[in-house]
Design a protein around this ligand. Structure first.
Ligand code: CTP
Length: 395
């Protein structure tokens, strides 16, 4: 196969939106991409191989049993600069999340190290089903870019989230994904995630509701863009992004020591962790009996972010987060200044919103630029938005 442009391997799943991929191919070609289509066997019920072969001028196969001597799943995996799966059905998403390899497309997905993007299209009930939600989050954790489907009228007349997005929206998202794929090569990023715990006695602690999802999403996004990532993780029960160096801590004091150990080696600090503002004045070595557990006195913890940012050398970028329940921007701007940050993302956590969720929304504030509102989006998308801002400032 001659290589004169970027090679896109377009996987087509067995949904009615498969016919829209015919237009997607034309628009990809308009943008200079070379396209090879690998349909799933069931998608051929909607659109046959002749259509894909005519549109791409290339042979089309859906099973590993065709052209076996050419080992097509390996050769296609190696030649592809991006794997774009559009449309992806709930079943195809589930098979990929499980690491299955029962047709040519899923074999290629496993064999390829190229960036992978998935454009789901299905009925809203299937998109919102707990199984699909879990599979999508597995894929996002593994670095796949999973686009949110459009909201609108679907085949059959129902309305909701599940529509296949417009071709140009897909290509714009893919271009953004591919362009930042290596913009952090050579950079070291230090990220804190989770919530610190301050022990009261051997069985009890003061904690908070942070899940660590945002910090882990930033770690995954930074890894996918080529950064070296060190993740200081406080009490998170999440899979460690592949390639990240993990430093596990429990208390604010432990997090402080790790920050002081690694900050000097880092180009960027992203402080996602919720740090306990105070700890019990005394730590009991014995379990406190319930009759004695009536009052607790506290001593303040240091502000880790404010003190580490004072140690920054020129060129280092420091990013903070703020959790607020009222006057969000006012409080966030104060924190941006008092903690000496380049960027702060403030989210509204009234009623416990955001904590533990895969979604977030809020406002990004900068030391030197106008605010940026971020409407409800996935924590993965926010992670990339934040890193886009970091990359602008690093250069
Ligand atoms: N932070 C920190 N050390 C602390 C408290 C917070 O490093 N002792 C960091 C957090 O990791 C976050 C930022 O400061 O990046 C803002 O945290 P937030 O909890 O919103 O603010 P606080 O400074 O704790 O102020 P307040 O609780 O009064 O809102």
């Amino acid at each position: 196969m001659s290589r004169t442009g970027r090679e896109i391997l377009l996987g087509v799943g067995g949904g009615i939106a498969a016919y829209k991929s015919a237009d997607l191919i034309r628009r990809l070609q308009d943008h200079g991409y070379l396209v090879t289509v690998v349909p799933t066997p069931s998608s051929l019920n909607f659109v046959g191989t002749a259509t894909w072969e005519a549109l791409t001028g290339r042979p089309v196969h859906s099973q590993v049993w065709e052209k076996v001597h050419e080992v097509p799943h390996i050769s296609l995996a190696e030649v592809s600069d991006c794997i774009l799966i559009a449309p992806a059905t709930a079943d195809l998403i589930a098979r990929i999340a499980q690491g299955r390899a029962d047709d040519l497309l899923t074999n290629i997905v496993l064999a390829s190290t190229a960036p992978k993007m998935i454009v789901p299209a299905m009925h809203p009930a299937m998109w919102n089903d707990a199984g699909t939600v879990a599979n999508v989050s597995i894929l996002r954790e593994r670095g796949f870019l999973v686009m949110d489907p459009d909201v609108g009228r679907l085949t059959g007349g129902d309305v909701g989230a599940g529509r296949f997005p417009e071709s140009l929206a897909i290509i714009e998202t893919m271009n953004g994904f591919l362009s930042h794929i290596s913009d952090l090569i050579g950079k070291e990023i230090l990220i804190t995630a989770g919530g610190t715990r301050e022990p009261i006695d051997p069985v009890r602690f003061i904690g908070n509701r942070s899940s660590g999802k945002q910090g882990y999403a930033v770690a995954q996004a930074a890894l996918s863009r080529g950064a070296k990532v060190r993740l200081i993780s406080a009490n998170c029960d999440l899979p460690v992004p592949q390639g990240a160096e993990i430093v596990r801590v429990e208390t604010a004091d432990e997090m402080n020591s790790s920050l002081n150990e690694y900050f000097a080696y880092s180009d960027v600090l992203v402080m996602c962790a919720a740090v306990a503002d105070a700890k019990p004045t005394t730590l009991s070595n014995e379990k406190i009996k319930k009759s004695e557990l009536t009052t607790l006195s506290f001593v303040a913890n240091p502000d880790l972010l404010a003190s580490i940012s004072q140690k920054r050398r020129s060129g280092q970028i420091v990013v903070g987060f703020a959790a607020e329940t009222s006057n969000m921007e006012v409080h966030a701007r104060e924190k941006l200044k008092s903690k000496g940050l380049d960027i702060i993302f403030v989210n509204d956590v009234s009623g416990g919103a955001i904590f533990g969720s895969d979604e977030t929304r809020g406002t990004m504030l900068f030391a030197n630029a106008p605010d940026l509102d971020i409407p409800s989006t996935s924590k993965d998308t926010l992670a990339h938005e934040l890193l886009n801002q970091v990359v602008n400032r690093l250069s």
